[in-house]
Design a protein around this ligand. Structure first.
Ligand code: SF4
Ligand code: SF4
Length: 346
């Protein structure tokens, strides 16, 4: 039944995509709580932005948006960054509020602030999913990418929250950005996740520029040349592990596309991009922004229902259809009808 609901949902988003008319509200609202972050990860451009904490969206405005979400039948809310827990008091309050309204919540975190006290609070306020960023099975690999001492924080945070949770009240997973520095450890990350007892692992091919300002390839993190052959055989192993159980979140189709993504670069394409139909991404200052393509509307001035059907959003959706970036971003669904069925049965 769940899959039937999923199929109906995809079909209506696909129809919206083809007509360029949003026939239903987004599946998920994504609050980018802040651009601030204590880490300086190698593949990231966000920490280089000039963050302006004074202009960040207030808790009251975000609560108003969540009220609207509930009224419109949007049930999924995620809190990301930068590092969302730079604003931990606000994020905790918002998760608690969302929970009281029956909304499903996710926090994506680098674990920097996740000591035992904060883990307890996340459970108290009823967080549904914690996605921890883990980019290496080895301490030295992860810390090289994300900064010294961070590996231990991620592993400790995962263990703490798994120890404190009752009856799987919260899902805990590892998300790994696939790049040149760590692709040889992808299978080991799978086994590490199993050993620690997290619920799933997600693999996310590195994004070209996560601020969407440039179209430049960061050759340092891109997988090239002879490494691509090694990547292909590693991905084959992941696919066979995926088929054994559902511990790897990604679809077989997604996994299979990873080497092609690195190899084909600008010629890579992975189905229709539903970003402007399934997701509403709100930046720290209240702007609605899809991968730098607009619509440059602000939630401070408008209700979600108004901006979702706004003319500017239609223009953004047209731009999304013409987007030339090679893209395997997990947070934005990309499927054709054929891919959708493959995804659902894989
Ligand atoms: S990838 Fe995330 S944790 Fe790393 S610097 Fe960027 S925002 Fe911070
Ligand atoms: S394909 Fe979609 S999700 Fe990817 S960069 Fe383009 S608009 Fe964004």
């Amino acid at each position: 039944m769940a899959k039937l609901g999923q199929i109906k949902r995809y079909l209506s988003y696909m129809l919206s995509y083809n007509l360029n008319i949003p026939l239903r509200y987004p599946h998920e609202v994504n609050f980018q709580m802040t651009n601030r972050c204590p880490l300086r990860c190698k593949m990231c451009e966000i920490w280089k932005l000039n963050a302006n904490p004074k202009k960040e969206l207030s808790v009251d405005v975000m609560k108003r948006i969540m009220d609207e979400c509930r009224d419109l039948g949007i049930n999924y809310i995620s809190f990301v960054g930068g590092e969302a827990l730079v604003r931990r008091k606000d994020t905790l309050e918002l998760v608690g509020y969302a929970n009281s309204k029956g909304l499903h919540t996710t926090i994506v975190s680098n674990a920097y602030f996740l000591d035992e006290k904060v883990c307890e609070k996340l459970l108290d306020v009823g967080l549904n999913r914690l996605a921890l960023s883990l980019d290496g099975a080895k301490r030295e690999t992860h810390d090289f990418i994300r900064g010294r001492g961070n590996y231990d924080k991620v592993i400790e945070a995962a263990k703490t929250i798994l120890k404190l949770r009752k009856k799987k009240q919260i899902k805990v997973d590892f998300t790994s950005v696939v790049m040149s520095y760590n692709f040889r450890e992808l299978v080991d990350i799978y086994w590490l996740g199993k050993k620690i007892g997290v619920d799933q692992v997600f693999y996310q091919a590195v994004v070209l520029d996560n601020t969407f300002k440039n179209f430049d390839y960061n050759e340092e993190v891109w997988i090239n040349g002879e490494d691509l052959e090694d990547l292909k055989s590693i991905i084959k192993k992941l696919i066979s592990l995926k088929r054994q159980d559902d511990f790897i979140f990604n679809s077989v189709e997604y996994l299979r596309s990873i080497p092609e993504y690195f190899e084909k670069r600008g010629n890579f394409k992975f189905g229709a991009c539903l970003a402007g139909f399934m997701n509403l991404n709100i930046d720290p200052y209240g702007n609605i922004s899809v991968c730098g393509l607009g619509p440059n509307l602000n939630v401070r001035d408008r209700r979600i229902s108004d901006l979702w059907t706004h003319e500017e959003f239609s223009k953004t959706r047209s731009l999304i259809k013409r987007c030339k970036r090679p893209c395997l971003m997990l947070c934005y669904e990309k499927f054709g009808i054929r891919d959708m069925f493959k995804h659902l049965i894989s």
